[in-house]
Structure formats: C-alpha cells, structure tokens
Design a protein around this ligand. Structure first.
Ligand SMILES: [Zn+2]
Length: 346
C-alpha cells in the first residue's frame, strides 16, 4: 500500500512516500475500512513532522488527518454503512466510555486523539477507523472538497456555534484569513448572519475573502488591530474575536473586544503564552473560550451542511500523492488561500 510517512522528526525532508506499507485490517467489529480518494493538509501535520511533546510515532508513521473515501469493508457490528458508501472521516478519536463521551462531548475525552497525530493518519490508500467516525455523503460528492472539509469546518463550527454562540447581527473579527479554519469561520459566520471583519497581511488574501462574503477587511501589517477595530466601531468594539495566533495578536484581540465580548481560540501558532489584564476581563465581562475539534453532534451538523452545499471548503491547490511534499512546502510558507488537497488515486 502507498502512503506518505515519516520515520523521524525534522523538516519536510523527512516526508517519505512509501509503497510497501501493510494494508490495515479491521481491528474491531465496530470498525470500517475506507479506501481514501483524497486527503488534505492541516497545520497539525507540520507539528507532527516536527515532533510534538508527549506524542510518539512508530515508524513508518502515516501522516494526515482529513480524508474522504469509499467504504471498502465493515465490521460485523456496524449497521447503516456498506461497502461502496462515500464517507467523510471525523479525525477525532475517543474512548466512547468516559463521562464526557457519554455526555456527547468527545473532544473532552481524557483519551482523545487525532488521526495522524495519535494513530496513523489518512494519507494512505486505506485507513481503518471506528464506524462512528464516518458519515455518508452523496455518491457524486467531490472527494477533493470532502477531504478539505472536515477538520477545519468541524473546528470552526464548535468555536463559533457551540462555544462563542455567535448570533445574527453580531460583529466577528477573524484573524489570518487564508487558513482552513479561518475560512471555515468566515463561511459559518455568514451562515449565522454575523458581520465579519477579516485580517491578513496580504491584500490579495483580503480581496479574495471579500469576494467570499467578508463584510470588511483589515491589513494587519503595522496596524494595532485592537485600536483600529475600536475606531471602526465607534469605540464599541466587536462581539467575538477568533484568535488562534496567540502571543503576537492576543492583546490586540482583547483591545478589539467590546463589552460582553468573547475571544475564542483553537491554537497558538505564533506562541502559546499570552497576557490578559484581569481588570479589563471582569469589568467588560469578557469570556475567553478554548475549543478543539468537535463532538459527534457537531460533526453531523457540519456534514449536513456539506450535503446541502451550504458549507463548502475553499480548495487552494490539489497535488498528486507523489508530489505531496510540495503541498507541505506551500503550507509551511503560508502561501495558501484555502485547503491543500492530496489526491490519492487518479
Ligand atoms: Zn471518553
């Protein structure tokens, strides 16, 4: 079986396409095996290649968290799915038995893991996952869009709908438009009827975001985004800020936030340690919300929007598996606008 692997941590030169990987077989009667048609990159893959604390890989380690494919085998205890079904794969894995899982909050599971990070990933011809991690889509759904959809959209959905509870008419500020999660946040905000300001340091990316429905744009290069947003809103500030940058943007995000504002984050790509003035936090009655991945109900909700074409990922470029390293180089350089997709089969 072919797959994109690493056998040691380091730079992108560690990526290795292999054609001698063993085909995975069903590990439990609740598993399904999926023939992957397309997989997509996430920033997480760069962290996996570079090495994450407390995460150990067994070489050759298949990377990748997102996939769409065709069911190829189902375990004896699986119902409602059959060989030949087209499915989207939820990359979040949980034990399905702890108090959080039983309450339907799988991302809080103490044993939560992600395909490609804690177990072998999706950039291979075949993957085995629990049946609970796949949902069917139409037979003619585009596998390139399907692969680009899940992790970003699921993450964005939980951040905005479940955590920040964005309402119609609210003003949402989204940092760094161009990444998969930020673009999914923009689409979801428009679906919810929010007013959206996006930031980027690239005028080209801002123009593309406006074409996708953003209401306002702000080039953050050399600008205090907090002060600028207060000026633009007559000192009121915005209702919600999506900030997964971290140290470099945090104080500006708080500066932009109005009374009863919510700052929601799913990462700290530019530095994890941030400073918050607690006096402003309590006086303005802010909420600082963490979020990661999504639960089964949130997965079902975003897949339903995918089926109806209401949420569609922006695909930046598509690569063949043998050329996948070029996709990683493009992501490492931050050049992409939307998702980078790897086509597994011609
Ligand atoms: Zn659990």
């Amino acid at each position: 079986m072919r797959g994109l692997t690493i056998s040691a941590h380091g730079g992108l030169e560690r990526l290795e396409l292999r054609d001698d990987l063993p085909e995975p077989s069903l590990g439990a009667e609740t598993d399904v095996r999926v023939r992957v048609r397309a997989a997509a990159l996430n920033h997480l893959d760069l962290f996996v290649v570079g090495g994450l604390p407390n995460v150990r890989i067994a070489p050759p380690w298949i990377i990748g968290s997102d996939a769409m494919g065709t069911i190829d085998a189902v375990g004896d205890a699986v119902s409602g799915l059959a060989a030949g079904d087209q499915v989207l794969v939820n990359p979040g894995l949980s034990d399905r038995s702890c108090e959080y899982c039983l309450a339907g909050e799988q991302p809080l599971c103490p044993r939560f893991g992600v395909l490609g990070e804690h177990v072998p990933g999706t950039m291979a011809e075949l993957i085995v996952v629990p049946a609970a991690n796949v949902l069917p889509v139409a037979a003619d759904a585009d596998p390139l869009e399907g692969a680009a959809f899940t992790l970003s959209t699921l993450t964005a959905w939980r951040m905005l709908v479940s955590r920040a509870r964005v309402m119609a008419g609210e003003h949402v500020l989204i940092w760094g438009i161009g990444g998969g999660v930020a673009l999914a946040c923009l689409q979801i905000c428009k679906l919810l009827g929010a007013y959206v300001t996006v930031t980027s340091r690239s005028d080209e990316k801002l123009a593309r975001a406006l074409a996708l429905g953003a209401d306002a744009s702000l080039n953050s290069r050399g600008v205090d985004v907090g002060k600028e947003m207060r000026a633009r809103t007559g000192k009121r500030g915005v209702d919600v800020v999506v900030d997964s940058v971290g140290d470099a943007t945090w104080s500006q995000s708080l500066g932009a936030l109005g009374r009863r504002g919510r700052l929601v984050t799913c990462g700290g790509t530019a530095g994890p340690m941030v400073t918050t003035d607690v006096r402003r936090l309590f006086w303005n009655q802010w909420s600082i919300l963490g979020s990661t991945m999504g639960n089964d109900a949130e997965f079902a909700a975003v897949v339903e929007h995918f089926r109806h074409g209401r949420l569609r990922p922006t695909v930046d470029r598509v690569y063949d598996l043998h050329d996948a390293r070029a996709a990683f180089e493009r992501m490492e350089g931050g050049q992409q606008f939307g998702k980078l997709v790897v086509r597994m089969a011609p």
